[in-house]
Design a protein around this ligand. Structure first.
Ligand code: SAH
Length: 348
């Protein structure tokens, strides 16, 4: 209680205090109430939506936790065409989406100029919309070209801010340092940047989570994406446990208190581990949801983890269902680009 008050008032806590707040044994409603208070003081009851277009499940990487890793041979691979993507945006625009998120595996088929053309065509057709890219680690030159083509935002989760932990989640050819360099480059170029991590990924400790929070304080991202790790049966981590709802909700609340202005999604993964997970996420301080705009016939193939929700519904159904869910917990979806209100975060 005292720690919640202190965090709400001045955003600073020691590592030990933060670790105590993340103890899930005792349910502490004051943490969630404080997060909701802070969220309402800045964003009111508005919830921003992002239309997620999962445009390729080809991936050259082999992250041990991810179902679309290149070495998963038990997956049929797809790529959406330029026209497919534009048509998802058209549907999305009519449903009130003003941000489109293009997410995919690291697929070299989509060369710089192809991505630039997709981005600039979306921006030409929908000048009042923001385009977010989430396509992994690219060169400074690539990032700059996408930005100049009109991309506004970039999501690249750091996944874990601990070097040793990073090595346990990824093969040797990937490194935390190159992930961080990408994030620095994106910031320098002028993107609104989103980072984040999975909660309860294999080998994750409380100390790792504290490092994640400290790293985010250093980076000062406009968006923070966190969701529970969920096991996928075709990965080296197939026998590992999924992350917990309680810890994810506590982290959301702590992040809202530490980064009052941040854009914080209640993720699909949260809705997957529990049917009303996203609603609980909103009550814990989240203010963004990212429903799927991908064509229904490819949804199941973008299987980052097992039992992913919303793989059978058309975009319009998803939008309507989500609207009802958001209202059920006292908020409402707004038609807006949903930019961050203020990028100036307080450092501790
Ligand atoms: N290729 C892009 C997009 C990756 S998918 C990139 O590298 O950024 C988006 C996010 O899904 C990842 O950053 C990861 O945090 C999350 N993810 C992947 N596998 C997952 C799993 N098994 N459970 C939960 N989240 C997962």
């Amino acid at each position: 209680m005292i720690m919640v008050k202190k965090l709400e008032a001045d955003k600073t806590l020691t590592d030990n205090e933060l670790a105590d707040l993340l103890e899930t044994d005792i349910y502490d409603s004051s943490l969630f109430e404080a997060a909701d208070r802070v969220r309402r003081s800045i964003y009111g009851t508005d919830v921003y939506i992002r239309g997620l277009i999962e445009f390729t499940n080809y991936c050259k990487n082999n992250c041990y936790y991810c179902g679309i890793r290149g070495e998963n041979n038990n997956l049929s691979r797809y790529r959406l065409s330029h026209d497919d993507i534009l048509s998802c945006c058209k549907t999305g625009y009519e449903l009130g989406f003003r941000t489109f998120v293009l997410q995919g595996g690291e697929d070299d088929h989509f060369k710089e100029e192809i991505i630039c053309k997709i981005v600039s065509d979306i921006k030409t057709n929908y000048p009042d919309c923001a385009v977010t890219l989430s396509i992994g680690e690219k060169t400074y030159k690539n990032y700059k070209a996408y930005f100049e083509a009109g991309a506004d935002r970039y999501l690249l989760r750091h996944e874990t801010a601990d070097d040793e932990h990073y090595k346990k989640l990824h093969p040797k050819n990937m490194s935390l340092e190159s992930r961080k360099e990408c994030l620095r480059n994106l910031k320098e170029i002028g993107y609104q940047v989103g980072s984040g991590f999975m909660v309860g990924s294999p080998f994750q400790t409380k100390e790792h989570l504290l490092k994640d929070i400290r790293f985010l304080q250093e980076l000062e991202p406009e968006m923070i994406g966190i969701g529970p790790y969920i096991t996928h049966k075709e990965t080296p981590f197939k026998n590992e446990k999924s992350g917990s709802l309680e810890l994810t909700l506590r982290l959301l609340a702590v992040l809202r208190l530490m980064f009052p202005y941040v854009l914080l999604p209640a993720t699909t993964a949260l809705g997957t581990i529990r049917p009303d997970g996203r609603e609980l996420g909103l009550k814990a301080g989240a203010n963004v949801v990212m429903p799927n705009l991908s064509p229904v016939n490819v949804r199941k193939q973008y299987s980052l983890y097992d039992n992913k929700i919303c793989t059978g519904e058309e975009a319009a159904e998803c939008r309507a269902c989500l609207g009802r869910r958001v209202i059920s917990v006292g908020y409402q979806i707004v038609v807006s680009r949903g930019d961050v209100k203020n990028g100036a975060f307080l450092k501790s």
